[in-house]
Design a binder for this molecule. Structure first.
Ligand SMILES: Nc1ncnc2c1ncn2[C@@H]1O[C@H](COP(=O)(O)OP(=O)(O)OP(=O)(O)O)[C@@H](O)[C@H]1O
Ligand code: SF4
Ligand SMILES: [Mg+2]
Length: 329
């Protein structure tokens, strides 16, 4: 498989002022993550609020500069792009936001909103901008004759379709979808996901699909990456991760996903103890250890390893005791 996007050891620390004049500590929003996305593939990036998903998306969009690490699109390091090459990157990588309403200007017609990326890049498609916008509206299931309507005349799902049409205007290779269905009714979520899937099949666009909801990525993503406090806890093909999660955090998250069969036994739900630690002061060693159900069941020697050493990823799971995790249930 050809890799389109390759992210290696990506780190983003935001400075935080802890004293009056002291810019001492860092908020470790993203702290050394690696993944790749193949051409026409989807990676689902999941995790609790504040774990660093949007920061990762913004780094990939080059809306933020990383503290360290590498992001390559089609083999090219994006941090090195300048001038025309950067403009070309901005064409090839687009974003769809969580809240379609706030992403649209209420005083701008939806046709104008969809045309904006073409105009900003100075591109006139064959047949003209308006014809291209009408095609895009048709493609995402909006009526082309609604070109001159305003966002308030559209439902939430329709506004998100406008956001998707705008992201498609420049024929991108990759779209960062940052919680694109979280603000929508459950019935509309499936329609928007189906639309994204159809578009991927037709165009071969790849998605970095950010969600806090594992059930949303389950039938959609080729790979899933589970993020916790700036780190990847687990990463692998979606079917493998869902069938046999290895990391104690993934196991806990999956145990809370509603079962497709009504009346299924929910007694297997794993509840995580304590609060999410602050990314400005993460635990030593394994960042998950303060809430890890397995840690509490380990002997002193094994616990020491969790406290003292950050676990490397072994077959997709960043846990020193993956084998013990599998036996724990
Ligand atoms: N520009 C910034 N300056 C300082 N801290 C930031 C900045 N952007 C994000 N953070 C912090 O980085 C951490 C990760 O934030 P991020 O928005 O990436 O999380 P998230 O996983 O997308 O969460 P959510 O599910 O709530 O959208 C949070 O602690 C957040 O407060
Ligand atoms: S390394 Fe230790 S604390 Fe971390 S997930 Fe594994 S068992 Fe839990
Ligand atoms: Mg976010």
């Amino acid at each position: 498989m050809t890799e389109l996007l390759e992210v290696r050891d990506l780190v983003k620390h935001f400075p935080v002022r802890s004293g009056l004049f002291r810019a001492a500590d860092a908020l470790k929003a993203v702290d050394g993550i690696s993944f790749s996305i193949g051409v026409g593939q989807t990676l689902g990036l999941v995790g609790e609020s504040g774990c660093g998903k949007s920061t990762t998306g913004r780094l990939v969009m080059r809306l933020l500069d990383p503290t360290s690490g590498s992001i390559r699109l089609a083999g090219e390091e994006i941090g090195a792009l300048r001038g025309a090459a950067l403009q070309e990157y901005r064409r090839r990588v687009q974003i769809v936001f969580q809240n379609p309403a706030s992403a649209l200007n209420p005083r701008q017609s939806v046709g104008t909103a969809i045309a904006a990326p073409l105009l900003a890049q100075g591109i006139t498609p064959p047949g003209g901008v308006k014809a291209r916008v009408r095609d895009l509206m048709d493609r995402v299931g909006l009526r082309p004759d609604h070109y001159n309507r305003f966002p308030h005349e559209f439902s939430g799902g329709q506004k998100q379709r406008v956001g998707i049409a705008r992201a498609l205007a420049l024929d991108p290779r990759l779209i960062v979808c940052d919680e694109p269905v979280s603000a929508l009714d459950v019935s509309v979520q499936a329609q928007v996901i189906n639309l994204l899937q159809d578009i991927q099949q037709e165009t071969g666009v790849a998605y970095l699909f950010i969600s806090h909801d594992l059930s949303v990525v389950r039938h959609f993503a080729d790979q899933v990456a589970v993020m916790y406090l700036g780190h990847l806890a687990e990463h692998g093909p979606t079917s493998d991760v869902f069938a046999a999660p290895k990391h104690p955090y993934t196991r806990a998250l999956l145990s809370a996903v509603p079962s497709p069969s009504p009346g299924a036994d929910r007694s297997g739900r794993i509840r995580l103890a304590g609060d999410l630690p602050s990314p400005s002061d993460p635990p030593s060693g394994c960042v998950f250890r303060t809430r890890c159900p397995l840690y509490a069941a380990l002997g002193e020697e094994r616990q020491r390893l969790c406290r003292e050493q950050a676990p490397a990823s072994v077959s997709g799971a960043a846990c020193h005791h993956v084998a013990a995790s599998a036996l724990a249930e």
